[in-house]
Design a binder for this molecule. Structure first.
Ligand code: GLP
Length: 257
């Protein structure tokens, strides 16, 4: 079962994950991070950057693989995930940009370039900690409902709902790309530790379906139930529809130390 930890605020939740990542990098300076974008992990990266500075944690050997990237934005577009990762992760943390990889979109996400990306993850030794957000439709990465639970990195078409949700980053919904390249669910499940974050009431239904609902390609986030090491970090609002909330709180309060 996933470990589900509910905090009273997104800030408290993000500090917990930032500390977890700082400890991971301190213990293993060659940590391979799985990087999520979207608005949810922003505070985590800010907190981690502070800890890296305050604790003088060496990050020059850290590498990272982003979960997904839009297809069709001009290079350097501020909302391309490459630009977002550079702005929110690489620069604040002082990571080596050559060690940070995004799913290949330059050639439209050809099967061959997707294979090269997957090989690169394997050659890096696999992802140690995969940070995940979740879409209101239950997607992880950009694996929309219906994605095979065994899928690998590939070209995908975004749902209308995801394009609507992400329109806030663009001038209009029409500017949100239709296609993306995303790590597959099978790819994500190979990371050694999954940390899924969700904040706010808009995520409550997707979180409940992913954590407690039946395992189904219709809710790609439910694939976390297949993984032996998952930490789900929520604020109160995102936890509102969990049936076993009381138990999660009890288990966290009584965690073996
Ligand atoms: C986005 C990203 C996902 C992210 C999710 C939630 O579209 N591709 O990787 O986890 O949808 O986004 P947010 O954190 O902004 O709610």
């Amino acid at each position: 079962m996933a470990e589900v930890i509910v905090f009273e605020s997104p800030e408290a939740a993000a500090s917990h994950v930032a500390a977890l990542l700082a400890d991971q990098i301190e213990n293993d300076p060659a940590t391979v991070l799985g990087l999520a974008t979207g608005s949810t992990p922003g505070r985590v990266y800010e907190g981690l950057a502070r800890l890296v500075r305050d604790r003088s944690i060496a990050v020059d050997a850290v590498s990272g693989f982003a979960l997904d990237e839009y297809v069709g934005l001009e290079p350097g577009h501020p909302e391309s995930y490459r630009a977002v990762i550079d702005r929110e992760v690489v620069r604040p943390l002082g990571l080596d940009p050559d060690r940070i990889h995004l799913p290949p979109v330059a050639d439209g996400g050809s099967p061959e370039s997707c294979r090269v990306f997957e090989d690169r993850i394997a050659r890096a030794g696999g992802v140690d900690v995969q940070i995940l957000g979740i879409g209101t439709d239950g997607h992880i990465g950009f694996n929309e409902p219906g994605s095979s639970l065994g899928s690998r990195t590939r070209l995908k078409t975004l749902t209308a709902r995801t394009r609507r949700d992400n329109a806030r980053f663009f001038a209009s919904e029409d500017e949100v790309p239709v296609h993306c390249v995303t790590q597959g669910i099978g790819t994500i499940l190979e990371a050694r530790h999954l940390v899924l974050l969700a904040f706010g009431e808009a995520k409550a239904a997707a979180v409940a379906a992913a954590v407690e609902g039946p395992l189904s390609a219709s809710v790609p986030g439910s694939a976390i139930q297949l993984h032996p090491r998952v930490t789900v970090v929520l604020d109160d609002a995102a936890a509102a529809e969990l049936r076993h909330r009381e138990y999660y709180d009890f288990a966290w309060a009584n965690r073996p130390r």
